[in-house]
Design a protein around this ligand. Structure first.
Ligand code: ADP
Ligand code: MG
Length: 619
């Protein structure tokens, strides 16, 4: 029969090259990927048959078979699912840019992951076949069509496609097993692998050798069994199957709701953060079943986006089987299920937070930033989420809750102080913290971009307002600090400081909103703060980076009245060295900007002034 040659998309070629030469020891995952594809293909057709009953024809029982042929040295995974026609074969198995290929190759090359077994997570699991095969033939017929097609490749840059013979609908993936992979032709070995990966697949999987057929898995939907009959291992394997994951689930929630609306949920919280958690296209990845029939992979109505790290499925008794994807939107039954599921997850997190603070801290470090989106977006769950939130603070390495924070507030302290920064290190170094540190007042250090949004939106917690330490006055006077810290009273402001402030204002003009003597500085000479009511500085910088605003608003320059440099400048003003002080004022402003991690607008002017000041000093 006439075959046509086509080239793989470039990324796919690179991926195949890596996969084929991977020394990865657990190559057995190829079988998991192929069986998972076969099972997906059956699910898709089952779903289609809900609206087009004719498509099943005289072959209504879905099944997956794995056939071993010692003579031909082949392993074949077959299904009677939806099948692929010529276009499907070309696009799904070769040419259409699959975003996952590039990402997977990148992850491997960056050394973030040496683990080829993660291939399924990137949506390119089919190519795992080339770990054990030097040639792969796919023979397929799409449900409802009359022609069959074959796709053949040795995984080296090209594949061939042409017409073929196949008895009915479905797909055979025929692997011509490599010399060094012949263990995958042994029945006992293959049996063990299928049991390991596929026991929970709700389709019968049969293993055939020499015409003898045996059923390998239990083919019962795991979530329908009672909790006490399911081992931790079975839960874990199921999690790995539904989530394409390789870690242990951090949390497993298996529940049944009975009453007006009935549903079962089997939800997992991963231990390892997925690579695309913050990718804008990332969707909710919960599967929806209706009376054990698979309906859809990404049911966005089942959980809010701020729980997008939750994996697993929900199975409803009340939705109609022939529900279309459009009907899922604004469906009152789904709304109820969603409310129930959210509550279960939040209750579960609360319990883990209380009983296992260390495990919870690990969870929070990975997924806290996502939950915080909920504080901002979801008025209904805001309060529960704030209680679940944990923070870094100036008081040490461990995470604190707002309840911890409030419990430790100083006498006279009325606000929850926080500072936002791009990293914990940068935030902890901020000069604006000095006065708070000196008094022993704890400051929360917030480093997630979403912090810029939820904190101002929430405004207060249990009657205590959130106050940024980089904005407005420091209002530290009314707080009674630690006895020990109090001893280190700041020295009185230098004489002539008012004149210095006046001169600096005149010099810096519009470059600053104001110049003030600081209450918050103890060690540094200067710092920048946003004026009361203005946008917080880091938010302004974020918006500028994303081109949402053109320029940063002028900020308030605070000077430390008891700093030797400031004292010296104040003295210089009184003795008429105004010009030198003007240069120094600009330098101090630039210094404050550098400490904020900003890029100077005019580095040349900075260098020139620094040169002048230095040469004056040593003249
Ligand atoms: P994923 O399963 O994550 O989409 P794969 O690389 O495993 O990624 O498979 C690529 C695509 O090829 C699938 O999305 C599906 O469209 C198609 N495919 C693979 N195997 C089969 C099969 N047995 N039957 C029908 N389609 C299949
Ligand atoms: Mg797959």
């Amino acid at each position: 029969m006439k075959m046509e040659k086509l080239g793989f998309q470039a990324e796919v070629s690179r991926l195949l090259d890596i996969v084929a030469h991977s020394l990865y020891s657990d190559r057995a995952v190829f079988l998991r990927e192929l069986i998972s594809n076969a099972s997906d293909a059956c699910d898709k057709l089952r779903y289609l048959s809900l609206t087009e009953p004719g498509v099943l024809g005289d072959d209504p029982e879905f099944k997956v078979t794995v056939t071993l042929d010692q003579a031909k040295k082949t392993l074949t995974v077959s299904d009677n699912g939806i099948g692929m026609n010529r276009e499907d074969l070309i696009s799904h198995l070769g040419t259409i840019a699959r975003s996952g290929s590039a990402q997977f190759v990148q992850a491997l090359e960056e050394g973030k992951s040496k683990d080829v077994s993660l291939i399924g997570q990137f949506g390119v699991g089919f190519y795992a076949a080339f770990m054990v095969a030097d040639k792969v033939t796919v023979v397929s017929r799409k449900a409802g069509e009359t022609l069959s097609w074959q796709w053949i490749s040795d995984g080296k840059g090209e594949f061939e496609i042409g017409e073929a013979e196949r008895a009915g609908r479905g797909t055979d993936v025929i692997l011509h097993i490599k010399k060094d992979a012949e263990e995958f032709l042994e029945k006992a070995r293959v049996n063990t692998i299928i049991t390991k990966y596929s026991d929970h697949i709700a389709l019968p999987i049969k293993l055939i050798e020499g015409g003898k057929e045996e059923k390998v898995n239990q083919a019962a939907a795991l979530w329908t069994r009672s909790k006490s009959d399911i081992t931790e291992e079975q839960y874990r394997d199921f999690y790995r199957h539904v989530a394409h994951a390789f870690d242990e689930p951090w949390g497993t929630l298996h529940f049944k709701a009975e009453g007006k609306i009935e549903y079962t949920g089997l939800l997992f919280i991963p231990t390892v953060k997925p690579f695309d958690l913050f990718h804008p296209d990332r969707k909710q990845s919960l599967k929806l079943y209706v009376k054990r029939v698979f309906i859809t992979d990404h049911c966005e109505e089942l959980l809010p986006l701020w729980l997008r790290f939750v994996k697993g499925l929900m199975d409803s008794e009340d939705l109609p089987l022939n529900i279309s994807r459009e009907m899922l939107q604004h469906n009152p039954v789904l709304t109820k299920i969603r409310q129930g599921a959210v509550k279960r997850v939040l209750d579960y997190l609360k319990k883990r937070a209380e009983n296992e603070p260390d495990a919870y801290a690990a969870f929070w470090n990975d997924f806290g930033a996502v939950l915080k989106e909920g504080i901002y977006e979801d008025a209904e769950h805001k309060d529960a989420l704030i209680k679940l939130a944990r923070f870094r603070s100036t008081s040490g390495d461990s995470l604190v809750s707002l309840a911890d924070y409030i419990g430790r507030m100083k006498e006279g302290q009325t606000a929850i102080y926080y500072l936002t920064g791009d990293s914990l290190e940068a935030a902890a170094r901020s000069p604006q913290l000095e006065g708070y540190r000196a008094k022993g007042v704890e400051v929360l250090l917030l480093t997630d971009p979403v912090d810029e949004f939820w904190v101002p939106a929430v405004g207060e917690y249990e009657g205590k307002t959130f106050r940024s330490v980089t904005r407005g006055g420091a209002d530290l006077d009314s707080i009674k600090g630690d006895a020990k810290a109090e001893e280190k009273k700041p020295e009185p402001a230098a004489a002539g400081i008012d004149n210095l402030v006046a001169l600096m204002k005149l010099t810096l003009k519009d470059a600053v909103k104001d110049v003030r003597v600081s209450q918050r500085l103890t060690d540094s000479a200067v710092c920048l703060v946003a004026d009361e009511g203005d946008m917080d500085m880091r938010l302004a910088r974020l918006l500028q980076q994303h081109k949402r605003i053109d320029t940063l608003m002028p900020r308030v320059l605070e000077i430390n009245g008891s700093h030797p440099v400031v004292a010296a400048l104040a003295k210089a003003v009184s003795s008429g060295k105004g010009e030198a002080v003007a240069d120094a004022s600009w330098l101090l402003l630039d210094q404050a900007r550098i400490q904020e991690g900003e890029v100077l607008n005019d580095p040349t002017a900075f260098a020139k002034r620094l040169g002048e000041v230095l040469s004056r000093a040593f003249a």
